[in-house]
Design a protein around this ligand. Structure first.
Ligand code: GUN
Ligand code: ZN
Length: 437
């Protein structure tokens, strides 16, 4: 297969680290050699051009090239209800979320929305999502099919819920177990698809349903698990009444074998020290969803606690509780929450969390999150000077850290020049497409 050489200012983290300044690898005039969707060499442009004179060149010399961004918690059937006014979590679910998710009983609508959703991700530089579908098995299939058509590495799961939501959105313990198992067999590890067991959260799953999904968690020990934890005070009080035998919220998930590596807990805002400590011991991951936490008035995530207890933290949009598909913008809101918590979140730490850090926490760093030889060629090309204000603010010789920080505050999808997935451009901004034509 033909080799491709991609030129630009390349930045990535080759391995897991907590030293974000020292371990960033940068090539100001760099190049990446791609063959059959994978990275086969990385280095200075001049050197690689000399070694591979026949490779087809795509020249992004004026732009930053970073690994495709990883959104570790978002809901594809909530795309249409982004930015709905006035509610906090539990009434937001009743008033907006459940009616919207009900529409996904229709396979044709699910297919249309899966396309829309993934295109929105790509336009914002996101190449991998951990995605909740609706309760319908068919909507999960629609998402995997749309992701496969774009060759995007995607982790997704059918929401399971058998109580405290409208009848027409409920499954049962048996159907949730059967449908989830069929989806695992059909999709998990097939192509670039991976499955996540997805009990929506403890309030909407009976003990019988949690037990049924816990059996699958034990049977399939490499599947992902995704759910919500400790987002809102009313939710936490409710869980106490629903699971009186469990000492706290995390204990519900522990009881059903769901707290382990590759389990991603959305929000984690109001955890006790004991819960932080047990999260750390388990290898589970906390997904920090800043725009959602502010929008729904849920609270201010404590990055300092996560670091104190050594719990891996990833970033996530939580669309449609979250208000943007853009993960750099999301990092900007995370920075502001950390300011209120007296924690200095650097642009480089944030960049790590969106790429190698997320991949490492999820056990996917042999494939995504970095530009190591052998990794899949998923990357984003960013123009940090995409309008008059950013052109004024970001200088030609600005550091990667400064340019990225400016993008977290001022950026949006106008900064995305192109998004490549497994060595193919899956999104090209219109003016660049025109220039290439
Ligand atoms: N808790 C249970 N379901 C949801 C959801 O869809 N979004 C958010 N933000 N929290 C939840
Ligand atoms: Zn969520």
């Amino acid at each position: 297969m033909k080799q491709q050489l991609i030129r630009g200012a390349i930045h990535h983290y080759p391995h897991a680290t907590a030293d974000y300044a020292a371990d960033l690898q940068s090539f100001t005039d760099g190049a990446m050699l791609i063959e059959s969707g994978k990275i086969i060499a990385l280095g200075e442009y001049n050197e690689l051009r000399g070694q591979y004179p026949a490779a087809a060149l795509t020249d992004y010399r004026d732009y930053l090239i970073i690994p495709g961004l990883i959104d570790t918690h978002l809901h594809f059937p909530q795309t249409e209800i982004i930015a709905k006014y006035g509610e906090q979590l539990l009434t937001w679910l009743d008033n907006f979320t459940f009616p919207a998710e009900g529409q996904f009983a229709d396979p044709a609508l699910s297919a249309r929305m899966a396309d829309f959703f993934l295109n929105e991700c790509l336009k914002n530089g996101t190449t991998t999502g951990l995605v909740y579908s609706s309760v319908h098995k068919t909507s999960t299939e629609a998402l995997f099919e749309a992701a496969s058509a774009r060759n995007m590495l995607t982790v997704a799961g059918k929401v399971c819920m058998d109580r405290h939501c409208p009848d027409w959105l409920q499954d049962t313990p048996a159907s949730a177990q059967r449908d989830s198992a069929e989806l695992i067999e059909r999709y998990h590890g097939k192509g670039r698809n991976y499955y996540a067991l997805t009990p929506r959260f403890a309030p909407t799953s009976s003990s019988a349903q949690m037990a049924a999904l816990g059996e699958l968690a034990q049977q399939y020990d490499d599947v992902f698990i995704q759910t919500h934890l400790s987002e809102n005070h009313d939710e936490i009080a409710w869980v106490k009444t629903l699971y009186p035998d469990c000492e706290d919220y995390l204990a519900v998930y522990e009881k059903y074998h769901m707290v382990r590596p590759r389990a991603v807990y959305g929000h984690c805002i109001h955890l006790s020290d004991s819960e932080w400590q047990r999260m750390a011991a388990s290898g589970a991951v906390a997904a920090f969803c800043p725009t959602s936490n502010l929008f729904l008035g849920s609270g201010l995530f404590e990055m300092g606690k996560a670091e104190q207890f050594n719990v891996p933290v990833t970033l996530a949009t939580d669309v449609g509780g979250g208000t943007s598909f853009n993960l750099l913008r999301t990092l900007g809101e995370a920075y502001k929450i950390c300011q209120l918590r007296q924690f200095k979140l650097s642009a480089l730490q944030g960049f790590y969390m969106l790429t190698q850090g997320a991949a490492h926490s999820l056990g996917l760093s042999d494939k995504i999150g970095n530009f190591n030889v052998g990794s899949d060629a998923d990357f984003v090309v960013l123009n940090p000077r995409f309008d008059p204000l950013t052109t004024l603010r970001v200088k030609n010789d600005s550091s990667c850290e400064d340019a990225l920080f400016a993008l977290t505050m001022l950026g949006d999808d106008r900064a995305t020049v192109a998004t490549w997935v497994a060595g193919q451009p899956q999104y090209i901004q219109q003016e660049h497409a025109d220039a290439l034509a």
